[in-house]
Design a protein around this ligand. Sequence first.
Ligand code: NOJ
Length: 570
Amino acid sequence: MTDLWWKSAVVYQIYPRSFADADGDGMGDLRGIIDHLDYLAGLGVDVLWLSPVYRSPQDDNGYDISDYQDIDPLFGTLEIFDELLRGVHQRGMKLIMDLVVNHTSDEHPWFVESRSSTDNPKRDWYWWRPARPGLEPGTPGAEPTNWGSAFGGPAWEYDEKTGEYYLHLFSRKQPDLNWENPAVREAVYEMMRWWLDRGVDGFRMDVINMISKAVQSPGGALPDGRVIAGSAYGDGSASYINGPRNHEFLHEMHERVFAGRPELLAVGEMPGVTVEEAVLFTDQARQEVDMVFQFDHVWVDRGGDPWRLIPLQLTTLKGIFNRWQTGLAETGWNSLYWNNHDQPRAVSRYGDDSPPYRAASAKMLGTVLHLHRGTPYIYQGEELGMTNCPFPTIADFRDIEAIGQYTQAVDQEGRSPEEVLAVLRARGRDNARTPMQWDASPHAGFTAGTPWLAANPNHTEINAAVEQEDPDSVYHYYRRLIELRHTEPAVVDGDFTMLLPNDERLYAFTRRLGGTELLVIGNFSGDEVRAEIEDAAAWSSAELVLTNLAQAPVDLTLGPWQAVVYRRTA
Ligand code: NOJ
């Protein structure tokens, strides 16, 4: 059995502003989390990951931090945070914080100083550049590079006072820190140690494979990015995804922060990371991070044109997971997730959220994910089978990304508002951010006030109170899944073999450890389908450890959205 505790752990992500509001201001808070710790412990999860609760102007819901060492008054105080941490530890769980250090808020004192003059000592803590040669600073097209920002518009903001631009890969209120500067790195490490000394158990590191920019020397120029047909801006990602010093910075962070504290968990969020890079990032011998969030499987239904919905192709999805499972089999470790605060709800995206199949397909998705090799993450409400929300108009979205991209697409690129809205309804981040559905009462029991984002109308049927009472619910099924990881070593350490790679409806694989072998099959369709695998007859008489339908399959013929886990021992 493995000696790294997080290999057999299940992590639960809390998006605090949408989890539970104890003080009635319409915004979730730390006290609300404290009030629900027994719920989380009852689910059986091992680790809680908190999305940012630091002081912030909330331009990107807290991913724009103005003080790393304080709690935003919206969420509580440091004293309440300490109480939360004690409550988590008393229940035998751990807590990891979100670490957002690719950028700060523009209201962080470091940036306020940096922008005050060109010779301020903190000037070089951020990416300041002059206008494109020959163009008038501040005029359209004069930005230092053609890069677009993730939230629409250019990645550069002109600052009149000093006549230069600063880089922001996200919103203009999220200026990128300059990790080339050792003083920046030291300040970040010091802040991280401060949280660890307070007792937190690790970090989920926001876009941590963007901190190293491919800056050209001499002169410090940044190059233009690839031009994208139909888009107002270029794609600069070749200059900042997995940049040249990324490994060096993470290893340095490990030495300066994690050394001598072996029990911590370090998870790197890494959009665009490749399997080959991830092996290096997560090789324990290299001392960088423990696991990464890769994005290939959540980009599977995204084409070259971001405003066209591409239907999910199961064979492509399986190909992606197979590549990651086999690529990290010898060295490194996977994170496993369908959902987080940036993704639409899994049951609406990969399953079928219509009433007859919602619960079955939510359980099937959980089974397939949790039985892979890696550490599974559950995003709040996933354990209830929460669905996407039917947002009527653009005015019902709150997410800066949705609003910014809508504006760029409709106003600058001439797209049709309906086409853009259809994509936002299917893929928008606010789908994940509607209030946690605690019960059938107004606003889903999330708040006694007016919620910052309206609750999904289906909370009257889909909610924790109903599901906790129903032994057949998605919630209780997730409890069994988590327990299986805790009790069956083959789930944690077994090797992985993909079966039926060309089947568009069935997702099948085996896990094997010593004499124990598990067969996992998920039916990604509303049809009855027989699994044509070698050894089918023997498998169908093996022990059925878990299934999501009342009826066990006969002769490996699965019902609509059925999932099965069989076990046999040699
Ligand atoms: C990734 C986070 O998950 C997302 O919510 C945020 O908007 C960006 N990084 C910027 O911090």
